[in-house]
Design a binder for this molecule. Structure first.
Ligand SMILES: [Zn+2]
Length: 255
């Protein structure tokens, strides 16, 4: 039994009984941690205002036989701007859901934790399109979770992609195809092959190679953001058999 202090960000709260809660924290040191917070959701609770979605801080936990309960929180940053905008709140929630699903190993948490903190700061600052930041993050997470697409050359003939020739992506196999082999593939087997632009191909390659601290340096214009959005929704659905699409409602309104 001991007290531990761990820096992390609050990704989820699940209500228990009338006033207790289970918190899911993403931390660099302990990975994803479930923390029991007794009487958190009461009017007199001093911790309740500090335990908002995406509260980033030092969490003082009491550990007993591998179970954690919450003792105190020192908030480092609350990401107020991010949380007050429904659109950016939705974007961050989409990443949080992916992180909860995809963080299994300590080395994943070591990468996902700084990625998510950087993502939240970037969205909170509002200098770049939150959708662009979201798609870059989703791609990095999926790469690191072991679903990295094969981007070196056409999966059938090995030919390197060129900006002047059409390029395709095979969603089932997670690989690129040249014009000729994409057409063959579409004829010969039940395939899920669609065109991708050379610009998107370059972004995918960039995400694969980029360290987390350089991930959001890359720029994207509106048409590339839209294409990236379509790509990532479809790719995640095929590879993970789960749809991560909290933006559907916004898209219906023309976002
Ligand atoms: Zn080929």
């Amino acid at each position: 039994m001991a007290h531990v202090k761990v820096r992390g960000i609050l990704l989820r709260l699940v209500k228990v009984k009338d006033s207790d809660a289970y918190l899911t924290l993403l931390t660099g040191e302990l990975g994803l941690v479930e923390v029991y917070a007794k009487r958190l959701r009461t009017r007199t609770s001093k911790l309740w205002p500090k335990c908002q979605l995406f509260s980033f801080g030092d969490f003082i936990l009491f550990e007993n036989k591998g179970r954690y309960s919450l003792d105190d929180v020192d908030v480092v940053y609350a990401f107020q701007t991010l949380r007050e905008d429904l659109f950016t709140l939705t974007a961050a929630s989409q990443i949080a859901e992916m992180l909860i699903d995809q963080t299994h190993e300590p080395d994943e948490a070591e990468l996902f934790y700084p990625l998510f903190i950087r993502y939240c700061y970037a969205v909170d600052q509002g200098k770049k399109d939150p959708l662009w930041l979201t798609y870059l993050s989703q791609m990095k997470i999926i790469d690191e979770a072991g679903y990295q697409p094969r981007l070196i050359g056409c999966a059938a003939c090995g030919k390197s992609p060129s900006p002047v020739e059409p390029l395709y992506f095979d969603y089932n196999y997670g690989s690129i195809l040249c014009d000729r082999d994409a057409k063959k593939g579409q004829e010969h087997y039940r395939s899920d092959i669609g065109p991708i632009s050379y610009d998107l191909y370059r972004v995918l390659s960039y995400v694969e190679q980029s360290p987390v601290d350089k991930l959001f340096v890359v720029e994207g214009k509106d048409d590339l953001i839209a294409e990236f959005g379509f790509f990532i929704r479809h790719y995640l659905e095929v590879r993970l058999d789960k749809s991560y699409d909290k933006f559907e409602t916004f898209r219906d309104f023309g976002f």
